[in-house]
Ligand binder design. Structure first.
Ligand SMILES: C[S@@+](CC[C@H](N)C(=O)[O-])C[C@H]1O[C@@H](n2cnc3c(N)ncnc32)[C@H](O)[C@@H]1O
Length: 261
């Protein structure tokens, strides 16, 4: 699998067993699911605070842009999947989107993340569901659309995750991915790597008490496929009209694919 190298990345030497686990998890493999589920369960109470603080709230704007790519007008009353829903920010934003009349399944395998966010979806047609993205408890060809924000990078088997969401979508439905990326500009990337590899683990570790989770984050981004590669993987899984656009100088990207009608 071609990787998206992160020029200027700092090499992180493992100092503890937990750091070694985080490094191995970021590189994929058998331990990834177990590490990711445990790490997110542990940081759940501080996840929102850190997310908005460390991204200077840009994450909210990115999520809204991603939701626009769902093309809700095709089936505004259908059910939509918020995959790797975490603390349900996407579910809440989607429910508040003008014209949306459907329902939402917020699926995540780390129950503490869903619990931490449950107040955001009070009074809206959204259900948090503890489920693995690789085996969704949903019938084939039934969902009006699916979106995953900052989650697909954490799924242990990317192609299997894409195939599973493709299975549950109805023909013509869209799958939208919002994910971190690596900026192309060497100058922007240098600043980004410094922030991602030094500032973020220090601040994230201090506030969450879970330093390795914030060491895992930049490594998992560096190991994630490039935008072009991710687009090819979506096409290979059977999605059509695949497109993507960069956000904020390439710090993140939104991909979209349509299940063939
Ligand atoms: C970085 S958080 C993103 C949460 C949320 N989507 C957001 O926008 O803030 C990633 C989430 O993916 C979940 N996750 C990772 N792998 C998963 C899997 N195989 N099945 C279900 N959830 C998974 C984690 O538990 C975590 O809550």
């Amino acid at each position: 699998m071609p990787l998206h190298p992160a020029p200027g990345n700092f090499t992180m030497m493992a100092r503890t067993k937990e750091e070694s686990r985080a490094i191995r998890a970021a590189e994929g493999g058998a331990e990834k699911s177990e590490y990711v589920k445990r790490a997110f369960s542990e940081i759940a109470p501080r996840y929102d605070l850190l997310n908005h603080l460390l991204s200077l709230n840009i994450d909210r704007i990115w999520r809204r842009k991603a939701i626009r790519q769902l093309g809700l007008s095709r089936n505004p009353g259908g059910y939509y999947v918020d995959l790797c829903a975490g603390t349900l920010d996407v579910s809440a934003a989607l429910a508040a989107t003008a014209g949306f009349r459907g329902s939402i399944i917020g699926a995540d395998f780390a129950e503490p993340m869903l619990r931490a966010g449950r107040e955001k979806i009070l009074g809206v047609k959204a259900a948090p569901v503890v489920a693995d993205a690789l085996a969704l408890p949903l019938r084939s060809n039934t969902s009006a659309g699916a979106i995953v924000a900052f989650g697909i990078r954490n799924v242990a088997d990317l192609d299997a995750g894409i195939a599973e969401i493709h299975r549950v979508l109805e023909p013509g439905a869209r799958f939208v991915i919002l994910e971190f990326s690596t900026p192309r500009s060497p100058l922007i990337n240098a600043g980004y790597q410094l922030y991602f590899n030094r500032v973020l683990p220090a601040v994230g570790g201090l506030i969450s008490g879970h330093r390795t989770a914030y060491q895992y984050l930049p490594r998992s981004v560096a190991n994630f496929p490039s935008e072009e590669e991710l687009a090819s993987r979506l096409t290979a899984a059977g999605f059509t009209s695949v497109s993507w656009k960069s956000l904020s100088f390439g710090i993140a990207a939104i991909h979209m694919g349509v299940k063939r009608a």
